[in-house]
Design a protein around this ligand. Structure first.
Ligand SMILES: Cc1cc2nc3c(=O)[nH]c(=O)nc-3n(C[C@H](O)[C@H](O)[C@H](O)COP(=O)(O)O)c2cc1C
Length: 381
């Protein structure tokens, strides 16, 4: 058996992940208007849970009803939503992975249709189908893309309600049995609009210089930390760079990571872009591991654990990211939709599990027997 860095455990506060692979949060947009988990979600997360990742992070859960991207998002804004999420946390834990979840307020990227239905802002004809447009909010009244809804700039009361909603959502996530929590502060959603100088044009204490623009992210991290058990890890997903001229830069991410660490955040999950998806200039080329350099810089310069994500699809590359100290965890997104057993296959490819011992025994026993028989046939034994 080979020694692998990817398949070494990682302990965060009181939680130990059996390996360094996280199934990345991926919104499914498959809830009804009540934001409750249903059969599709149980099947989807059961499928991911059994794949061998050290932690499976569910899709982003809306902290308020108007914090949804679409009418079909899962939510955690009320107590009735806890039971369904508890079932998901339970089936992830049952498979041996750490159950993780993520909290979101969509901000100015809310009130849109589902990606496969056009991903356009909702209009009157959607109202006729039962999915009316809803109010969106942001740091400033600037739409995410030309023709999208113009958000209301959040006022002081709205900010206070938002921070409280995150606090309550963190408590509900703990009640549901999740053991790792992430705040979604990336991809152009509400918190990101406060961080980025391109989206935040406020002249009060919640805008202006970097300190003012970081204030909401820090306040939410503090509120979440206060509602989330002290022995459980907390991460924040950021867009490490806006990838637009004059936007948020990697140096800003390093400053933010230091500030987040000082309020009890344990990891920074380093994504990028998304501020206004359709206007992004894409200076960052989308190639294998294109965001890994961000995770590496934040890890080194802010001295905090990081998660690397984005086009990590081969076991050898994933292994090198951990081995070279560029991140503490790697996240697999779309590849896990294609192949939910990616972590189990990676363990075989890296020589960590030649005998299918990491697989559920009801499958692994047969697969090991079959592979032994195939080897015997090929060597004539
Ligand atoms: C269907 C889908 C839904 C996503 N939903 C979320 C989400 O809820 N929260 C989040 O932080 N990122 C979300 N993302 C981004 C992924 O977590 C990941 O960062 C991105 O897909 C890049 O990684 P990959 O190349 O491994 O897919 C989503 C991506 C996809 C494809």
């Amino acid at each position: 058996m080979s020694v692998s860095h990817l398949f070494s455990p990682l302990t965060l506060r009181s939680v130990t992940l059996q390996n360094r692979i996280m199934i990345s949060p991926m919104q499914q947009y498959m809830a009804e208007k009540d934001g409750l988990a249903r059969q599709f979600h149980f099947q989807h997360y059961g499928r991911q849970a059994i794949g061998g990742g050290g932690t499976v992070m569910t899709e982003a859960l809306a902290v308020l009803p108007d914090g949804r991207v679409t009418w079909h998002d899962l939510g955690i804004w009320n107590d009735a939503q806890v039971d369904g999420m508890a079932r998901i946390a339970g089936l992830i834990a049952e498979a041996g992975a750490v159950p993780a979840t993520q909290l979101i307020h969509a901000g100015r990227k809310g009130s849109v249709g589902r990606p496969w239905e056009g991903y356009d802002p909702l209009r009157d004809d959607d109202a006729a189908k039962g999915f009316p447009p809803y109010r969106t909010v942001a740091a400033s009244a600037i739409p995410a893309n030309p023709g999208w809804h113009t958000p209301d700039a959040l006022d002081a009361d709205g900010i206070a309600r938002l921070i409280d909603a995150y606090h309550l959502a963190a408590k509900r996530a703990a009640k549901a049995g999740f053991r790792f929590l992430e705040i979604h502060a990336a991809h152009g959603y509400l918190i990101h609009t406060f961080l980025s100088p391109l989206a935040n044009k406020r002249d009060d204490d919640w805008g202006g210089d970097l300190k003012g623009r970081m204030r909401l992210a820090i306040a939410i991290a503090e509120a979440v930390r206060a509602g989330w058990p002290n022995d459980l890890p907390l991460s924040v997903r950021i867009s490490s760079v806006d990838d637009q001229a004059g936007g948020w830069a990697i140096e800003d991410s390093i400053a933010l990571a230091r500030a987040l660490k000082s309020v009890g955040v344990d990891l920074v999950d380093c994504s990028s872009g998304g501020l206004g998806e359709r206007t992004t200039t894409r200076m960052v080329r989308r190639e294998e591991g294109y965001q890994v350099p961000f995770a590496a810089r934040v890890r080194k310069e802010a001295d905090i654990a990081t998660i690397a994500v984005g086009l990590i699809t081969t076991p050898a590359f994933a292994e090198s990211v951990i081995r070279d100290g560029r991140a503490d965890l790697i996240a697999i997104g779309r590849e896990a939709l294609l192949n939910p057993h990616w972590p189990l296959h990676a363990a075989q490819a890296l020589g960590v599990d030649p005998t299918f011992s990491e697989w559920p025994p009801a499958w692994g026993w047969w697969l090991e027997k079959r592979s032994r028989a195939a080897r015997a046939t090929s060597t004539g034994n």
